[in-house]
Design a protein around this ligand. Structure first.
Ligand SMILES: Nc1ncnc2c1ncn2[C@@H]1O[C@H](COP(=O)(O)OP(=O)(O)O)[C@@H](O)[C@H]1O
Ligand SMILES: [Mg+2]
Length: 345
């Protein structure tokens, strides 16, 4: 049997997104092959061993059970412990999104505790979640992205707004640098609305990005692998919302996701190649979803990479893999094997 710990929740604005992703993994994982340990992290950051139903994870009542504390011991004999007893875990799967789960923090904990884990390592996670760092790394290698200005909490906002008004064209997107799921993002149509959008984004993060809006539509590429990479079927977001916001993402409000994308084969091949280049540049391993825009000239403009993309069985990443013949169950197995492969290197 393969012993896997599925970690869900987390001290992050994407806590509830994680609950849904994790509930899918737990429902779908093959019980003949996997011995599953569930570790829930509350919104306060407490780690708990959870032995209740999947439904209580999905509807966020799991934390009302009398769950025991999980502690972690570091070093070569490290691992997860409950009441001084070591849990049998070969691989951890942090099914966590955003802050603490996708930014390298938890990956650092696993490294220190010598626990093999699914997904990107510390630096790849950190670079990928920080939208400014992603820009700096990728633009340096000639990957086209939207023109932008970054604003730190210690910057002079008026000075930055002058720069923005002199160098970027409206509409603009104001977004917190280290947050996902479209939280804190505003599409700004004119200069009068810029300051409130900046103030809103600062509620989520100490650094934000103001990007020029790209006209066109969005596509995604699911990349899987450590050394050899597989790219899933490309998908395509068709939305009449102002942009792909939280409602569009999770409730498909005014949004249809086409998989395969309704783009020609040449563009599809270009997108897949570009996705692999970006995955390597950001030193990813395991999995990531690379999101791009197709602009009005049919050119690709890289938007962002998600190292733990939405992971319910209906989410984009698993759907893109299903379309090339990798079922959700098989996907979990492949990720598990990739985690061990990476650990042993
Ligand atoms: N520069 C841009 N041009 C056009 N649309 C954008 C731009 N930046 C963000 N968006 C829209 O906002 C959504 C969320 O932005 P994104 O950068 O992907 O942040 P998140 O990490 O929250 O998903 C995108 O899916 C897209 O619809
Ligand atoms: Mg996004």
């Amino acid at each position: 049997m393969k012993n896997i710990a599925i970690i869900f929740g987390g001290e992050s604005s994407e806590y509830s997104v994680s609950l849904h992703s994790a509930a899918s993994v737990i429902k779908e994982i093959d019980p003949e092959k996997f011995n599953v340990t569930l570790i829930g992290i509350t919104t306060k950051g407490e780690w708990k061993l959870y032995e209740g139903t999947v439904e209580a994870i999905d509807n966020d009542t799991w934390h009302t059970n009398d769950n025991k504390d999980v502690t972690i011991k570091f070093g070569q004999l490290g691992g997860f412990y409950v009441d001084d007893e070591k849990l049998t875990v070969d691989v951890a799967f942090p099914v966590l999104h955003g802050k603490n789960g996708e930014d390298g923090s938890i990956q650092g904990v696993f490294e220190l505790a010598h626990i093999p884990y699914i997904g990107c390592n510390i630096i790849a996670s950190a670079m990928s979640l920080d939208k400014e760092v992603t820009h700096i790394i990728c633009e340096d290698k000639g990957i086209r992205m939207a023109p932008y200005v970054a604003i730190n909490y210690f910057d002079d906002v008026n000075e930055k707004m002058n720069t923005i008004n002199n160098t970027l064209h409206y509409p603009l997107f104001v977004k917190p640098s280290n947050v996902g799921s479209s939280y804190g993002i505003t599409k700004v149509y004119n200069t009068n609305d810029l300051l409130p959008a900046i103030e809103k984004a600062f509620e989520y993060d100490k650094k934000l990005l103001v990007e020029q809006g790209i006209e066109g539509f969005e596509i995604g590429c699911a990349v899987l692998g450590n050394d050899e990479l597989i790219v899933g079927e490309v998908d395509h977001i068709d939305t009449t919302q102002d942009f792909f916001d939280f409602e569009g993402k999770y409730n498909l409000k005014n949004t249809t996701i086409h998989c395969p994308a309704k783009i020609n084969e040449t563009l599809k091949t270009q997108a897949k190649e570009k996705a692999k280049v970006i995955y390597r540049l950001l030193q990813c391993s395991g999995l990531a979803r690379v999101d791009m825009f197709v602009d009005q000239n049919n050119d690709l403009v890289f938007n962002e990479i998600n190292t733990l993309p939405g992971f319910t069985s209906a989410s984009r990443y698993p759907t893109m893999m299903k379309k090339i013949g990798i079922s959700y169950k098989q996907l979990i197995e492949k990720l598990y094997d990739l985690a061990l492969e990476k650990y042993e290197k």
